[in-house]
Design a protein around this ligand. Structure first.
Ligand SMILES: [Zn+2]
Ligand SMILES: [Zn+2]
Length: 191
């Protein structure tokens, strides 16, 4: 007897999902009017310019919680940035997972529109006077902190031959013998 379980194609599932889709800018005017502890979940998706070159696609989930001072954003976001291998100098895509947790402070009171005093903490994130919470700047900051100082295209990247400059990922060059003798030469020179 054969039974086919086809849960993936159950069209009722999306209806039951409570998450809204959002770009990097989320209007939080409604949430700001709600009591402390109220939450909203979003699937976020959009492009953010992280490295100054091409924009990176960012996607993931965030949960927004109303706090007594503003809105706490927690979530997990995935993106990819183009970096250059520190050994072979080849550009490659480096995947990043950002575990996000930041409190955002409203610049204006959601009921009266009056400007709000912002916290003294330097670099704190704000919700603008139109009640837009923009994730972009925090994503850039998180991403830049997550990119390694010396990225490697792969853990055992052999790099470039210091003699002829050949990318040794594509095979050895004719100077192989010279390279393997180098450490010994160096030691001798240091004596
Ligand atoms: Zn490399
Ligand atoms: Zn070489």
């Amino acid at each position: 007897m054969h039974r086919t379980l086809n849960f993936e194609y159950n069209y009722k599932v999306p209806v039951l999902m409570k998450r809204d889709t959002a770009m990097m800018q989320i209007n939080v005017s409604q949430l700001l009017k709600e009591p402390v502890g109220s939450t909203r979940s979003y699937e976020v998706q959009g492009a953010v310019n992280i490295t100054g070159g091409a924009s990176s696609e960012v996607e993931g989930q965030v949960e927004l919680t109303r706090t007594n001072r503003g809105i706490l954003v927690r979530g997990k976001l995935h993106t990819e940035v183009k970096v250059t291998c520190s050994r072979c100098l080849t550009p490659f895509n480096y995947p990043l997972t950002l575990n996000f947790e930041e409190e955002y402070f409203p610049a204006a009171d959601v009921f009266s529109g009056a400007w709000m005093p912002l916290p003294e903490e330097p670099g704190s994130f704000t919700i603008d006077e139109h009640h837009i919470l923009d994730l972009s700047r925090a994503i850039v900051e998180y991403a830049l902190l997550s990119i390694p100082m010396k990225p490697l295209c792969r853990e055992d990247c052999p790099g470039l031959c210091p003699n002829c400059g050949r990318n040794l990922n594509f095979g050895l060059c004719a100077c192989e013998v010279v390279i393997s003798n180098k450490p010994a030469d160096k030691e001798k020179g240091m004596e």
